[in-house]
Design a protein around this ligand. Structure first.
Ligand code: HEM
Length: 198
Protein backbone atom coordinates (compact mmCIF):
# COMPACT_ATOMS: atom_id res chain seq x y z
CA UNK A 1 0.00 0.00 0.00
CA UNK A 2 1.31 3.45 -0.81
CA UNK A 3 0.55 6.48 1.25
CA UNK A 4 1.04 10.03 0.15
CA UNK A 5 3.62 11.85 2.24
CA UNK A 6 1.03 14.60 2.54
CA UNK A 7 -1.59 12.30 4.05
CA UNK A 8 -2.53 13.14 7.60
CA UNK A 9 -0.71 11.10 10.20
CA UNK A 10 -3.99 9.64 11.50
CA UNK A 11 -4.98 8.61 7.97
CA UNK A 12 -1.65 6.91 7.51
CA UNK A 13 -2.11 5.09 10.80
CA UNK A 14 -5.59 4.03 9.70
CA UNK A 15 -4.17 2.64 6.49
CA UNK A 16 -1.28 0.70 7.97
CA UNK A 17 -3.49 -0.80 10.69
CA UNK A 18 -6.35 -1.68 8.38
CA UNK A 19 -5.21 -5.27 7.95
CA UNK A 20 -4.37 -5.98 11.62
CA UNK A 21 -7.70 -4.39 12.56
CA UNK A 22 -9.63 -6.67 10.20
CA UNK A 23 -7.81 -9.70 11.54
CA UNK A 24 -8.44 -8.69 15.14
CA UNK A 25 -12.09 -7.99 14.43
CA UNK A 26 -12.40 -11.49 12.94
CA UNK A 27 -10.55 -13.02 15.89
CA UNK A 28 -12.81 -11.29 18.42
CA UNK A 29 -15.85 -12.54 16.54
CA UNK A 30 -14.42 -16.07 16.27
CA UNK A 31 -14.46 -16.22 20.07
CA UNK A 32 -18.17 -15.29 20.09
CA UNK A 33 -17.90 -12.95 23.08
CA UNK A 34 -21.61 -12.19 23.00
CA UNK A 35 -22.83 -15.78 23.10
CA UNK A 36 -22.43 -16.16 26.85
CA UNK A 37 -21.32 -14.08 29.81
CA UNK A 38 -18.46 -16.53 30.32
CA UNK A 39 -17.10 -15.78 26.86
CA UNK A 40 -17.65 -12.06 27.29
CA UNK A 41 -15.70 -12.24 30.57
CA UNK A 42 -12.67 -13.59 28.67
CA UNK A 43 -12.94 -10.66 26.29
CA UNK A 44 -12.99 -8.30 29.28
CA UNK A 45 -9.89 -10.03 30.65
CA UNK A 46 -8.08 -9.13 27.42
CA UNK A 47 -9.39 -5.57 27.52
CA UNK A 48 -8.37 -5.22 31.16
CA UNK A 49 -4.86 -6.52 30.51
CA UNK A 50 -4.43 -4.21 27.53
CA UNK A 51 -5.73 -1.18 29.40
CA UNK A 52 -3.75 -1.91 32.54
CA UNK A 53 -0.55 -2.04 30.50
CA UNK A 54 -1.34 1.46 29.24
CA UNK A 55 -2.06 3.07 32.62
CA UNK A 56 1.42 4.57 32.83
CA UNK A 57 1.14 6.07 29.37
CA UNK A 58 -2.31 7.53 30.05
CA UNK A 59 -0.91 9.17 33.17
CA UNK A 60 2.40 10.29 31.71
CA UNK A 61 3.10 13.98 32.32
CA UNK A 62 4.67 14.67 28.93
CA UNK A 63 1.82 12.95 27.08
CA UNK A 64 -0.83 14.67 29.21
CA UNK A 65 0.71 17.99 28.27
CA UNK A 66 -0.09 17.09 24.65
CA UNK A 67 -3.51 15.51 25.27
CA UNK A 68 -4.87 17.31 28.36
CA UNK A 69 -7.70 14.88 29.18
CA UNK A 70 -5.50 11.83 28.66
CA UNK A 71 -5.74 10.44 32.23
CA UNK A 72 -9.56 10.62 32.10
CA UNK A 73 -9.52 8.57 28.87
CA UNK A 74 -7.98 5.54 30.56
CA UNK A 75 -10.33 2.54 30.91
CA UNK A 76 -8.34 0.25 33.18
CA UNK A 77 -10.56 0.99 36.19
CA UNK A 78 -13.74 0.54 34.17
CA UNK A 79 -12.49 -2.82 32.90
CA UNK A 80 -11.53 -3.84 36.43
CA UNK A 81 -15.05 -3.00 37.64
CA UNK A 82 -16.46 -5.04 34.75
CA UNK A 83 -14.42 -8.03 35.88
CA UNK A 84 -15.89 -7.70 39.37
CA UNK A 85 -19.42 -7.44 37.91
CA UNK A 86 -18.73 -10.64 35.97
CA UNK A 87 -17.35 -12.46 39.04
CA UNK A 88 -14.06 -12.79 37.24
CA UNK A 89 -10.70 -12.55 38.95
CA UNK A 90 -8.30 -9.80 38.02
CA UNK A 91 -5.79 -11.62 35.79
CA UNK A 92 -2.08 -11.67 36.47
CA UNK A 93 0.02 -9.46 34.21
CA UNK A 94 1.30 -11.11 31.03
CA UNK A 95 4.99 -10.70 30.18
CA UNK A 96 5.77 -8.46 27.22
CA UNK A 97 4.00 -5.19 28.07
CA UNK A 98 5.26 -2.04 26.37
CA UNK A 99 7.94 -0.27 28.42
CA UNK A 100 9.19 3.32 28.20
CA UNK A 101 8.15 3.66 24.58
CA UNK A 102 9.04 7.31 24.03
CA UNK A 103 6.56 10.00 23.00
CA UNK A 104 5.77 9.11 19.39
CA UNK A 105 5.65 5.36 19.90
CA UNK A 106 3.45 5.85 22.99
CA UNK A 107 1.04 7.94 20.93
CA UNK A 108 0.83 5.10 18.42
CA UNK A 109 -0.31 2.79 21.22
CA UNK A 110 -2.79 5.35 22.51
CA UNK A 111 -4.13 5.88 18.98
CA UNK A 112 -5.13 2.21 18.93
CA UNK A 113 -6.57 2.22 22.43
CA UNK A 114 -8.59 5.35 21.70
CA UNK A 115 -9.67 4.05 18.29
CA UNK A 116 -10.98 0.90 19.90
CA UNK A 117 -13.65 3.05 21.56
CA UNK A 118 -15.24 3.46 18.11
CA UNK A 119 -15.76 -0.26 17.63
CA UNK A 120 -16.98 -0.38 21.23
CA UNK A 121 -20.14 1.47 20.12
CA UNK A 122 -21.10 -1.67 18.18
CA UNK A 123 -19.92 -4.06 20.85
CA UNK A 124 -21.90 -2.52 23.70
CA UNK A 125 -25.12 -2.88 21.73
CA UNK A 126 -24.51 -6.61 21.57
CA UNK A 127 -23.56 -6.78 25.25
CA UNK A 128 -27.09 -5.62 26.08
CA UNK A 129 -28.33 -9.08 25.06
CA UNK A 130 -26.29 -10.47 27.96
CA UNK A 131 -27.98 -7.96 30.30
CA UNK A 132 -24.81 -5.91 30.47
CA UNK A 133 -24.48 -2.17 30.09
CA UNK A 134 -22.22 0.79 30.61
CA UNK A 135 -23.08 0.63 34.31
CA UNK A 136 -22.67 -3.12 34.74
CA UNK A 137 -20.24 -5.55 33.15
CA UNK A 138 -19.58 -3.53 29.99
CA UNK A 139 -18.50 -0.22 31.55
CA UNK A 140 -15.27 -0.13 29.54
CA UNK A 141 -17.31 -0.10 26.30
CA UNK A 142 -19.44 2.83 27.45
CA UNK A 143 -19.72 6.19 25.78
CA UNK A 144 -16.92 8.46 27.01
CA UNK A 145 -17.90 11.73 28.62
CA UNK A 146 -18.38 14.34 25.91
CA UNK A 147 -19.23 11.72 23.28
CA UNK A 148 -17.44 8.99 21.39
CA UNK A 149 -16.99 10.72 18.02
CA UNK A 150 -16.08 14.03 19.64
CA UNK A 151 -13.43 12.47 21.88
CA UNK A 152 -11.89 10.67 18.92
CA UNK A 153 -11.90 13.77 16.72
CA UNK A 154 -10.19 15.83 19.39
CA UNK A 155 -7.53 13.17 19.90
CA UNK A 156 -6.87 12.81 16.17
CA UNK A 157 -6.71 16.56 15.67
CA UNK A 158 -4.10 16.85 18.38
CA UNK A 159 -2.13 13.90 17.04
CA UNK A 160 -2.17 15.32 13.52
CA UNK A 161 -1.04 18.74 14.70
CA UNK A 162 2.23 17.54 16.25
CA UNK A 163 5.53 18.21 14.54
CA UNK A 164 7.33 14.88 14.17
CA UNK A 165 10.74 14.07 12.79
CA UNK A 166 10.99 11.27 10.23
CA UNK A 167 12.17 9.02 13.03
CA UNK A 168 9.14 9.88 15.16
CA UNK A 169 6.82 9.20 12.22
CA UNK A 170 8.28 5.72 12.06
CA UNK A 171 7.91 5.34 15.83
CA UNK A 172 4.23 6.30 15.94
CA UNK A 173 3.55 3.71 13.23
CA UNK A 174 5.58 1.13 15.08
CA UNK A 175 3.59 1.81 18.27
CA UNK A 176 0.25 1.40 16.50
CA UNK A 177 1.26 -1.90 14.93
CA UNK A 178 2.69 -3.15 18.22
CA UNK A 179 -0.57 -2.31 19.99
CA UNK A 180 -2.59 -4.44 17.56
CA UNK A 181 -0.13 -7.29 17.99
CA UNK A 182 -0.32 -6.99 21.72
CA UNK A 183 -4.10 -7.01 21.87
CA UNK A 184 -4.05 -10.12 19.71
CA UNK A 185 -1.64 -11.86 22.10
CA UNK A 186 -3.71 -10.87 25.14
CA UNK A 187 -6.95 -12.01 23.52
CA UNK A 188 -5.46 -15.42 22.69
CA UNK A 189 -4.11 -15.67 26.21
CA UNK A 190 -7.44 -14.72 27.79
CA UNK A 191 -9.32 -17.42 25.90
CA UNK A 192 -6.57 -20.02 26.39
CA UNK A 193 -6.84 -19.53 30.15
CA UNK A 194 -10.54 -20.31 29.92
CA UNK A 195 -9.75 -23.63 28.23
CA UNK A 196 -7.38 -24.59 31.05
CA UNK A 197 -9.94 -23.83 33.73
CA UNK A 198 -12.76 -25.72 32.00
C1 HEM B 1 -7.27 -3.03 20.39
C2 HEM B 1 -7.77 -2.35 19.38
C3 HEM B 1 -9.09 -2.60 18.70
C4 HEM B 1 -9.98 -3.60 18.86
C5 HEM B 1 -9.94 -4.81 19.83
C6 HEM B 1 -11.08 -3.33 17.95
C7 HEM B 1 -12.19 -4.16 17.78
C8 HEM B 1 -13.21 -3.92 16.91
C9 HEM B 1 -14.28 -4.83 16.61
C10 HEM B 1 -14.46 -6.22 17.22
C11 HEM B 1 -15.10 -4.22 15.73
C12 HEM B 1 -16.38 -4.80 15.11
C13 HEM B 1 -17.60 -4.34 15.81
C14 HEM B 1 -18.84 -4.99 15.20
O1 HEM B 1 -18.91 -5.09 13.97
O2 HEM B 1 -19.68 -5.45 15.95
C15 HEM B 1 -14.55 -2.92 15.47
C16 HEM B 1 -15.13 -1.97 14.64
C17 HEM B 1 -14.60 -0.72 14.42
N1 HEM B 1 -13.38 -0.27 14.81
FE1 HEM B 1 -12.07 -1.25 15.98
N2 HEM B 1 -10.83 -2.18 17.28
C18 HEM B 1 -9.62 -1.70 17.71
C19 HEM B 1 -8.98 -0.56 17.27
C20 HEM B 1 -9.53 0.37 16.41
C21 HEM B 1 -8.88 1.55 15.91
C22 HEM B 1 -7.44 1.95 16.20
C23 HEM B 1 -9.77 2.22 15.15
C24 HEM B 1 -9.63 3.50 14.41
C25 HEM B 1 -8.52 3.99 14.00
C26 HEM B 1 -10.98 1.46 15.13
C27 HEM B 1 -12.14 1.81 14.47
C28 HEM B 1 -13.23 1.02 14.34
C29 HEM B 1 -14.44 1.42 13.64
C30 HEM B 1 -14.69 2.77 12.98
C31 HEM B 1 -15.30 0.33 13.70
C32 HEM B 1 -16.72 0.27 13.14
C33 HEM B 1 -16.94 -0.65 12.05
C34 HEM B 1 -15.93 -0.58 10.96
O3 HEM B 1 -15.78 0.49 10.34
O4 HEM B 1 -15.25 -1.61 10.71
N3 HEM B 1 -10.79 0.34 15.91
N4 HEM B 1 -13.38 -2.77 16.17
Amino acid sequence: MTTSPKALRSQRLNQITHEPHSKLDALVKAHAPFETRASFARFVVAQYLFQSELVELYNDAELSAIVPDLPARCRAEAARADLADLDTEVPAAVAGAVKNPGKARALGWIFVSEGSKLGAAFLIKRAVALDLSETFGARHLGEPEGGRAEGWKRFVKTLDSLEFSAEEEAEVERGALEAFNRFTVLLEQAYATEAEVA
